[in-house]
Design a protein around this ligand. Structure first.
Ligand code: GDP
Ligand code: IMO
Ligand code: MG
Length: 436
């Protein structure tokens, strides 16, 4: 079996995931790594994601289209595990086309991806406003759409092309949702006709992009083409491994790439994890290493920590090595990429969380005890800062010695190779280091 596989030609498959709570800088890194691959595939999430790529003076925030789209000639796939809001996707396609980017020949949309409808957005919004224990979602309808998928009532991209089948499913969905909207939330319901006609137009728009992306990707791999799978959100927003219930509704960890792109585990060669040199979180949920107000302001401003999708202020805190070490294990991360080191440039001392104390005991893993992360006390190690501008440095070895010491200590604590350190938004502010 293994020998057969070795004999057939096979392109490299890499999975890149966020190893914290999202916004680690995945977009920037995907853009950089795309240079060396043939295909880039998103495998989960939807337009709750906001992946920023800065090229010279231009800033692109991609929500559904893989961040590889900015490299001419590369094929970009929206996999079956993604949930698609057609309106948002059209806006993104049109924006890129206006910028002169060839989307038509390079974007492929899975026929099996689930579709977000207006009632998903509405239910997401109403739950946030009216139910206790809000999650702080992006209100893009992500949770309700994935819930329909798992409840087996969802509508997939291919369904939009079969008018009769689509209408039957839509009618059943709207009948059920309208009861909930009216009776539980005292909100107006939706009209089948309106949504049906609107979505038929979207289907026509998407016709040329839709295909069997699973066969496309697997054939490409067999032909020796390389694939980069682009994770959205991050490990601690994963529905299984995250800080449940304050999570998103998909598997943002590396295993999600197999399910959401249709590429089997035996095909994956390497897993890369992206982390910030500190930690951020947007939305509700526990955050043990969160800064005090003064430091929060300072780092938020220096790091421009405002959500790429919703504009909300991100909460900021120290690097949490317990979280990241566990993320390395859960994802099977081979190499870590550290971003935003430059944001720490001015600090005199820098703390790193190395364990948690909870009810008198020390933990280096995250048990499932309810309220653990809310109540635990982070145990810190303190390192000296470097207090020099790192954003113009071009070689890793030219970083101030304390910056290198910081990176080396993180490497020890998370016990994983550090591949790249990023010191700014742009492509050239990227230091390859491969610290084993
Ligand atoms: P993603 O969701 O993981 O792709 O991350 P976002 O794009 O939401 O947020 C990361 C933000 O940090 C973006 O505004 C990036 O332009 C920016 N960024 C990425 N790497 C660096 C870095 O090394 N230094 C600084 N200062 N900004 C960075
Ligand atoms: P990228 O890919 C950061 C958060 C929301 C909320 C929770 C659930 O840019 O890293 P949802 O709308 O998904 O139901 O919200 O998840 N969230 C993100 N936080 N980056 C993201 O994506 C996120 N996508 C969702 O703020 O706490
Ligand atoms: Mg983001």
């Amino acid at each position: 079996m293994r020998d057969d596989k070795r004999m057939s030609k096979k392109g490299k498959v890499t999975v890149l995931v966020g190893a914290q709570w999202g916004d680690e800088g995945k977009g920037k890194l995907i853009d950089i790594l795309t240079e060396n691959v043939d295909y880039v595939a998103r495998f989960q999430g939807g337009n709750n994601a906001g992946h920023t790529v800065v090229i010279e003076q231009d800033k692109y925030v991609l929500h559904l289209i893989p961040s590889g789209i900015l490299h001419a000639g590369k094929i970009c796939v929206i996999g079956n595990g993604v949930v698609i809001d057609p309106k948002a996707l059209i806006e993104e396609i049109e924006f890129l086309k206006e910028k002169g980017i060839d989307v038509e020949h390079r974007l492929k949309i899975s026929e099996k991806a689930h579709v977000i409808f207006p009632y998903h957005r509405k239910l997401d919004e109403l739950r946030e406003v009216k139910q206790k224990g809000r999650i702080g979602t992006t209100k893009k309808g992500i949770g309700p759409c994935y819930a329909d998928k798992v409840s087996r009532v969802g509508i997939r991209v291919a369904d939009l092309f079969d008018k009769e089948y689509f209408k039957t499913r839509l009618e059943a969905n709207i009948a059920e949702k309208n009861v909930i909207l009216k009776n539980l939330y005292a909100s107006e319901g939706f009209s089948v006709e309106e949504i049906f006609n609107e979505y038929l137009k979207y289907a026509e728009y998407f016709r040329k992009y839709v295909c069997d992306t699973i066969t496309l990707l697997n054939n490409a791999i067999r032909e020796g083409k390389s694939v980069l799978c682009e994770g959205a959100q991050g490990t601690y927003l994963d529905v299984d491994y995250g800080t449940y219930p304050f999570v998103t509704s998909s598997n943002a960890t590396a295993g999600g790439a197999c399910i959401g792109a249709g590429v089997g585990p035996s095909r994956i060669d390497e897993v890369l994890g992206v982390v910030k040199a500190y930690t951020t979180r947007v939305g509700e949920g526990p955050f043990p290493t969160m800064f005090n107000d003064e430091l929060m302001e300072k780092i938020r401003e220096k790091g421009a920590e405002f959500g790429s999708t919703t504009g909300r202020a991100r909460r900021c805190g120290w690097f949490d090595a317990v979280l990241v070490r566990n993320a390395v294990i859960i994802n099977g991360i081979d190499k870590v990429i550290i971003t935003k080191l430059d944001v720490l440039d001015e600090l005199a001392t820098i703390k790193v969380c190395v364990s948690y104390r909870y009810k008198g005991e020390i933990y280096t893993t995250i048990p499932g005890i309810p309220g653990f992360l809310e109540q635990c006390e982070p145990m810190y190690e303190e390192l000296s800062g470097w207090q020099r501008d790192t954003s113009k440095i071009q070689q890793y070895n030219d970083l101030p010695v304390n910056a290198r010491k910081y990176v080396s200590r993180l490497r020890e604590l998370i016990d994983t190779e550090i591949m790249i350190v990023s010191v700014g938004k742009s492509r050239k502010q990227t230091l390859i280091c491969n610290i084993k």
